[in-house]
Design a protein around this ligand. Structure first.
Ligand SMILES: [Zn+2]
Length: 191
């Protein structure tokens, strides 16, 4: 069943993502690099591959367990936040992981929850659903998704220009109703 978000949440996510693109001098439909956004928000990102603070068993474990779901987590100290993520993953997967963690920070989610044995935090479901939605919106706002549908973007174009997975694109096309939106825009332009 689809998650029920608080009223206005999805529109707010679209507004935020357009605002951030503006601050980064990007068009509303342009690709957004989550590393550039993190830099803009002054959130340092650390990969686990070469993090000298971690005992070697940790990177060794993630290097050899590609199917394990660890993606990233946030370490916070008051208003200071940093992201630690799994940089053994595919670069496009890393982008969606980083967008997800940035979403937690932008939405001001309380990160002060226990860490589970696998390194993930035991967030409540609403917080996770919000970060999932918001992170996907950061990478593929409705305007970008409709733009790509209207311009018949191919899978390789989507993957290389936007650095997102085909699955994420299809998900956003579905939840934003991008096909219908692009038809409506075409109809208006013809009329
Ligand atoms: Zn999360």
């Amino acid at each position: 069943m689809a998650h029920k978000f608080k009223y206005g949440f999805k529109a707010e996510a679209e507004r935020y993502t357009e605002e951030f693109r503006g601050e980064l001098n990007l068009e509303p439909h342009a690709p957004l690099c989550p590393r550039k956004l993190a830099d803009h928000l002054e959130v340092p990102i650390f990969g686990i591959k070469t993090n000298s603070c971690l005992p070697p068993e940790i990177p060794n474990y993630w290097a050899t367990h590609p199917d394990d779901p660890f993606s990233g987590l946030i370490i916070s100290d008051g208003s200071y936040k940093e992201i630690h993520h799994n940089d053994f993953s595919h670069p496009r997967r890393q982008n969606s992981d980083l967008a997800h963690e940035l979403a937690h920070i932008i939405l001001g989610h309380n990160m002060d929850v226990p860490v589970k044995e696998n390194g993930e935090r035991a967030y409540d479901r609403n917080i996770e659903e919000e970060a999932k939605w918001f992170g996907a919106t950061l990478l593929l706002p409705k305007k970008a998704t409709v733009f790509m549908v209207m311009n018949s973007y191919s899978r390789p174009q989507i993957e290389s220009e936007y650095q997102v997975s085909w699955q994420l694109y299809q998900y956003r096309v579905g939840v934003t109703d991008a096909v219908r939106a692009s038809k409506n825009i075409r109809r208006k332009n013809v009329a």
